[in-house]
Design a protein around this ligand. Structure first.
Ligand code: ARG
Length: 462
């Protein structure tokens, strides 16, 4: 007989139970209980397969499958007593199944190991997160498309170095984010397709001598096929890393947009007004309306990168196959997934509710000599100047406007001709921001027609 306190799942060769500190460092039940539904789905598929292949009887499989549903409802109703002594979700569920159905419970773990079990559970969990990220991205893209459509021809300044560069349209700026989140969407879909292979039945590492049917369990769990190498199946965590790297890039995009919203909603810019629903006040300064949601989205990226780097470090240098290090894979993925979904939802909410201030955008669009490039292009097109010379002439005109404290369209024809004698009245037609954006008709350019074409293309895709 073994010591009563030794583990009921693997205590056969143990004379004593673990030290309290050993139990504390070893246990994952504090967090992996989040995979209870996945664990039970995997076990139910496994039990059905064991019966179909004649490894266990139909009546045992039936008892196991029904008992597991009882355990699931206990967990979902908050009635389940999780035990640290039982280490993880797999052993907690199985031990409770034994209490509920008795002897047949002991037959469930035939032809599998906790190594393929945990890989399966975690994959199913991460797969759900890919699906949630896909929905979150689609919703955000649709919200951006609505903003782009409403302001396809609203002018605003485009920036490089956060200095006014050339006028662009509000719709064009929104559509830039549609492209970014669209790539995130495609990364999510790629990674989900790549990860959708079932580890179940790889057993501890080498496969099993029982005549299991891995295709059957793979299908039951919505996988495309079983993973083809049992050693790889239990030691692979690429799916979690791809989730985290995809999430990192997406969070980076979110943070860039969040940063723009913080800047744009300031009193100095007033490009957008965020809704009360997505802002907070100050306890001391009554006039304040703070873009807290945008700031938190900007910050969430830190923990998502941290999770990505953290799991890369856990996996780096691990010999095949399973090592207990890999139990450290989950908490960070859970946290990163929660952060990403929240950030996507908050961004969608902000975008839906925010008002772009057309007048402020237009007023800013003409500032900072934003049509200087249009003037240079006119000198090339109409006077036939080489672009380098046109650039020089335009630079002199900008300097003149600057010294007079006016914008380019405010210079007189005499002023212009004092810099280059051949300039005609026609030049003024290209100095307005409307003409500037309308002229950017190159594919992917900021002209409203181009923007509308891209909106149409995206609307057909999402
Ligand atoms: N709780 C473990 C984990 O999360 C389950 C797998 C345990 N496997 C083992 N060979 N000890 O990774």
């Amino acid at each position: 007989m073994t010591d009563q306190s030794s583990n009921q799942m693997w205590g056969g060769r143990f004379a004593a139970g673990p030290d309290a500190i050993m139990e504390a460092i070893n246990a994952s039940i504090g967090f992996d209980q989040r995979m209870a539904a996945q664990d039970i789905a995997g076990s139910r598929a496994h039990a059905a397969m064991l019966a179909a292949t004649g490894v266990i009887t139909d009546s045992d499989a039936q008892a196991i499958r029904e008992g597991l549903l009882t355990v699931l409802s206990e967990i979902q109703n908050g009635e389940f007593q999780f035990s640290t002594a039982l280490e993880d979700i797999h052993m907690n569920v199985e031990a409770r199944l034994k209490e509920v159905i008795g002897e047949p419970a002991g037959r469930l773990h035939t032809g599998r190991s906790r190594n393929d079990q945990v890989a399966t559970d975690f994959k199913l969990w991460v797969r759900d997160q890919f699906d949630a990220a896909e929905s979150g991205l689609l919703a955000l893209i649709r919200a951006l498309l609505a903003q782009a459509e409403a302001g396809a021809d609203w002018v605003m300044p485009g920036f490089t170095h956060l200095q006014v560069a050339q006028p662009v349209t509000w719709g064009h700026h929104m559509m830039a984010y549609v492209e970014m989140f669209g790539r995130d969407l495609s990364r999510v879909r790629d990674a989900r397709a790549r990860m959708n292979e079932s580890p179940l039945g790889a057993a501890a590492l080498a496969g099993t001598s029982f005549p299991i049917d891995r295709v059957m369990t793979a299908e039951a769990l919505g996988f495309d096929r079983p993973a083809a190498n049992s050693l790889d199946a239990v030691s692979d965590r690429d799916f979690a890393l791809e989730f985290l790297s995809t999430a990192s890039i997406c969070a980076m995009h979110l943070s860039r947009f969040a940063e723009e919203l913080v800047i744009w909603s300031s009193a100095q810019f007033r490009f957008v007004t965020l809704s009360d629903r997505f802002s907070t006040g100050s306890s001391i300064m009554p006039q304040k309306k703070n873009p807290d949601a945008a700031e938190l989205i900007r910050a969430k990226v830190g923990r998502i990168y941290g999770a990505n780097t953290g799991l890369m470090m856990v996996m780096k240098g691990l010999p095949l196959t399973y090592s207990k290090d890999m139990q450290e894979d989950k908490e960070q993925v859970f946290d990163a997934a929660d952060s990403l979904m929240l950030a996507l939802a908050a961004m969608e909410g902000m975008v839906k509710d925010m008002t772009a201030n057309r007048d402020s955008l237009a007023a800013a669009a003409g500032s900072g000599f934003s049509t200087a490039t249009d003037l240079a292009d006119w000198l090339v097109r109409v006077l036939g100047l080489p672009f380098r010379d046109a650039h020089h002439v335009t630079g002199s005109l900008v300097a003149m406007a600057e010294s007079k404290g006016c914008d380019l369209p405010d210079l007189s024809l005499d002023d212009m001709q004092s810099v280059h004698a051949d300039i005609t009245d026609d030049v003024f037609s290209v100095l307005t921001v409307e003409n500037s954006v309308n002229s950017r008709q190159s594919y992917g350019g900021t002209a409203p027609d181009q923007v509308r074409a891209q909106i149409k293309r995206w609307k057909a895709l999402v």
